[in-house]
Design a protein around this ligand. Sequence first.
Ligand code: AG3
Length: 281
Amino acid sequence: LDGSWFTEIFDRHGSAFSLKVSHKLHDEQTPYQHLEVYATETYGNLMVLDGCVMLTDRDNFLYHEMMSHPALFTHAAPKRVVIIGGGDCGTLREVLKHPGVEKVTQIDIDPAVTRASEQFFPALVESNDDPRAELLFEDGVKWVDNCPDESIDVLIVDSTDPVGPAEGLFKTDFLKRCHRILKQGGVMVQQSESPLYHTDSIIKDLRNDMGEAGFDSVATLPFPQPVYPSGWWSCTLAGKGCDVKSFREEDAAAASFARDFYTVEGHRAALVLPPFMQRLL
Ligand code: AG3
């Protein structure tokens, strides 16, 4: 492909994803990662971290809605929410749509991601001045360590792939600490990579580690995500003293906030694992 294409190669899987770009908007080596933003011809702006696609204007709603609404409608009455990572603020925006939520703290280690979102993805930061939102730029693992026991209702881990800076966020040790800060009835959700590429590795390990960390129930919800490896992605929910395979269907149906992907029926369907995943897990 020539210079007018951005390509992310998934070497281990013998595949790649490309977008036709019109120009580069931003290129920065932050203390943590290489951050790039491109203007594409058909997907709006594109954010890339260390060569990996993070989001585009056109399709980030799929990921951000699925990282937030299933967990929030699974918890009986979520008031206190924490987002680890998520510096682009797309997940934060979705969480703030829930009127019962009283406080959301987003902890991303890299302020440059939020600055880039403010500049190039204004729709994602449109709720950031909500008084319920708190944005911190520090190490999420340390923040969790300093957080009091049983003080959080929903914990969302919106991270990069489990290599480099985010590797620790997929380990039993971190999951145990997450379990500690959740109240009884608490729900954790983690982005968990591709059902096609990672069911018998990352997803399986994460689910086992969540069990080992003390969670009582676990559910992996697949959803489409055209710009990520294989075009198909997942989030994995874990419950502390609650069953993440059921959710507040009536509340979800009655919710009046704007959304483009999440529905009650879609949530129910996402809880039904395809046979190949059932076999591998
Ligand atoms: N977080 C998940 C990114 C994983 C994509 N992986 C890849 N392209 N290889 C995205 C952050 C959006 N808030």
